[in-house]
Design a protein around this ligand. Sequence first.
Ligand SMILES: *[C@@H]1O[C@H](CO)[C@@H](O)[C@H](O)[C@H]1NC(C)=O
Ligand SMILES: *[C@@H]1O[C@H](CO)[C@@H](O)[C@H](O)[C@H]1NC(C)=O
Length: 119
Amino acid sequence: MYWKSAVGSVVVFLLACSFLKSLCNGACMNRESRLSSAGEKPDGCMDGDIKRALNTTWFKAKCITCSCDPAGELSCCSRVLEPILNDRGCTAILNETSCTYIIKRKGDSSEPCESWASM
Ligand SMILES: *[C@@H]1O[C@H](CO)[C@@H](O)[C@H](O)[C@H]1NC(C)=O
Ligand SMILES: *[C@@H]1O[C@H](CO)[C@@H](O)[C@H](O)[C@H]1NC(C)=O
């Protein structure tokens, strides 16, 4: 009985996690980027070749916001959700000014792209 309900709650949790995927990991890429070895106090994060101070947030290209937390962990999140196109004849173009995707049909056709969803 106990075993059964324990398994049940794990399944519910996994389902809730995949359903609420955006709450579980969002459009974020978290990377350990410690500059210091374990136990040492970190003094920043490495974002590629650029060193960033702790407790800072900065913007990158492609509508990505990154932050360096007090523990020296880099976290980058996209401020837009990439649309999933069901129509292979269409393409999503990111407007980096407005941080929105423009859905366009490939080629010269002006036929609208109807089947797409963003999740
Ligand atoms: C970063 O923020 C944490 C929590 O607010 C604070 O304890 C820490 O001293 C801050 N570190 C720096 C380098 O500002
Ligand atoms: C991107 O968005 C900005 C602001 O809304 C707009 O002025 C610009 O024309 C857009 N660019 C493209 C390529 O659609």
